[in-house]
Design a protein around this ligand. Structure first.
Ligand code: HPA
Length: 241
């Protein structure tokens, strides 16, 4: 099963034909992804936060999720991520393919290689997000006539709280375009296992301090409704190519 989709906030469900829930045991815990078909290809769908958004970003079992996908033979992963925008170049509702990240997470296991029997690996992060899969997504967006931006620097915060305006100003100075809470360590772990990983950011809000009102999770999920439909079409088209 070469392809997987990891659905973030607002993409907790994804309808596949002939879908069934399977149980996959991993050294990090048990995972229950959905397997089915999309555009005549077999696909694994994994809801990052669980099917009822019950797991916050800092408690997602990223290692179990990625290990399970590898065990199922997945080679290519497309993920979705709700993001706040730090720049007027990335507007509400836009779809953006990430190409770099800044890691400001604090408490998450980041590697499968913890020394001893597992050994040590310093995985290359020159190109964290797979350019080949990004190109297929760009081709699909052209077929559909959707504007998708290719390339943005994502800063990953620990959460689950939103950022302070001072943090957002700091991240802007460091070169971040978008902010979210989940792409690290997911992309790192996928790279460690040699999988090609791309992430579609969906801009749900202006980051703290740029927005003139306090941020809420309800705003993020509400803002996902329109890009959520677009992203589903984009993924379907990507799998047709
Ligand atoms: N900050 C962090 N994570 C997010 C945001 C944000 O503004 N929007 C969506 N996910």
């Amino acid at each position: 099963m070469p392809y997987a989709l990891i659905g973030g906030t607002g993409v907790e469900h994804f309808t596949l034909t002939e879908q069934r829930v399977i149980t996959v045991e991993t050294p990090y815990g048990t995972v229950e992804p959905v397997v089915g078909n999309l555009a005549n290809r077999e696909l694994v769908f994994m809801s990052r936060h669980g099917r009822d958004h019950a797991t916050p970003p800092h408690l997602v079992n990223y290692r179990a999720n990625i290990w399970a996908l590898r065990k199922l033979g997945v080679q290519k992963i497309i993920a979705t991520a709700a993001v706040g925008s730090l720049s007027p170049s990335f507007r509400l509702g836009e779809l953006v393919l990430l190409d770099q990240f800044l890691d400001f997470t604090k408490s998450r296991p980041q590697t499968f290689y913890e020394g001893g029997k597992q050994g040590v690996l310093h995985v290359d992060m020159t190109e964290p997000y797979c350019s080949a899969v990004r190109q297929v997504i760009m081709d699909a967006s052209e077929h559909l006539g959707f504007a998708v931006k290719n390339g943005a620097c994502y800063v990953c915060t620990e959460g689950p709280r939103f950022e302070t305006p001072a943090e957002i100003r700091m991240f802007q100075r460091l070169g971040a375009d978008l902010v979210g809470m989940t792409s690290v360590p997911e992309v790192v772990l996928a790279r460690e296992l040699g999988m090609c990983y791309a992430s579609i950011g969906m801009v749900t809000n202006e980051a703290a301090g740029i927005a003139t009102h306090p941020l809420t999770h309800a705003e993020v999920t509400e803002s996902m409704k329109i890009p959520g439909v677009k992203v589903a079409q984009l993924i379907q088209e990507t799998f047709e190519l």
